[in-house]
Design a protein around this ligand. Structure first.
Ligand code: HEC
Length: 219
């Protein structure tokens, strides 16, 4: 509606200015120019629009592209060397690793002696692929570096050394970062490992126990 009216006003103005220029000569032309200027202001085509900030950049959907391929490759090499997959892959602890490497283990590791305690404490190696719900998808690189080197998790809890962080404490900072970059670049696998079991509580998922045993016969 408003633009129609503006257009009508503009036409009217033009009409007046045309007549004015005819009857008033040069002065009339100046007047006509002034009037058309007013006409222009009256029919500002942008009047009903507001300026928005154009979006020029989208955040990447996955974090994978954030890391240089050579850093990821070094992380893969180190994760292999440090055998992260021997605990963090389903079936690996019982000699039958699944193809979903690093997606966590349904077989736990008892951290108190099952030969002494009826119900030992059991930890289940976590899913360390970047699935947001069941893995490390929402962890930041620094948080992973801290966990690998100090065993301190995102909630400032120090993990039991079943996760062998004391052995990784002296990793070079760049190496720890490369491992984190590698884990965050993996294909996310949705796999929820069983909840950890406190000593005295009966585990409902299987577990293994690492330990040093000596025959009592020699004693
Ligand atoms: C001997 C078995 C073992 C090895 C080897 C191992 N881990 Fe773990 N890891 C665990 C266990 C068990 C947990 C769970 C600890 C807990 O819940 O307190 C864990 C937890 C973690 C977590 C925390 C995940 C979470 O959601 O809380 C990360 C990250 C991790 N390990 C990364 C690694 C990396 C990287 C390597 C190799 C450099 C590695 N682990 C090697 C057993 C292992």
């Amino acid at each position: 509606m408003r633009s129609h009216r503006s257009f009508a006003m503009w036409q009217e103005t033009l009409h007046i200015s045309h007549q004015a220029s005819l009857s008033f000569g040069r002065r009339g032309l100046i007047l006509a120019a002034m009037l058309s200027l007013i006409a222009c202001t009256a029919s500002n085509p942008m009047e009903e629009y507001e300026q928005v900030t154009p979006v020029t950049r989208h955040e990447a959907e996955t974090v994978a592209s954030e890391y240089a391929p050579e850093v990821v490759a070094r992380g893969a090499y180190l994760a292999e060397l440090l055998a992260c997959g021997t605990c963090h892959t389903n079936g690996a602890l019982t000699g039958n690793p699944s193809a979903d490497k690093f997606a966590g283990s349904d077989v736990g590791i008892a951290w108190s002696n099952p030969m002494i305690e009826k119900y030992p404490g059991v930890l289940y190696p976590a899913n360390i692929t970047p699935d947001v719900e069941t893995g490390i998808g929402s962890w930041r690189e620094e948080e992973l570096v801290r966990l690998i080197q100090t065993g301190v998790d995102r909630h400032a809890r120090r993990q039991l050394p079943v996760m062998p962080w004391p052995g990784y404490a002296k990793l070079h900072e760049d190496d720890a970062r490369a491992i984190a970059a590698f884990l965050l670049s993996l294909k996310p696998v949705r796999h929820q490992v069983p909840a950890n079991v406190e000593p005295g509580q009966k585990a409902t998922s299987p577990f293994v126990h690492f330990g040093v045993y000596r025959s009592r016969k020699d004693m």
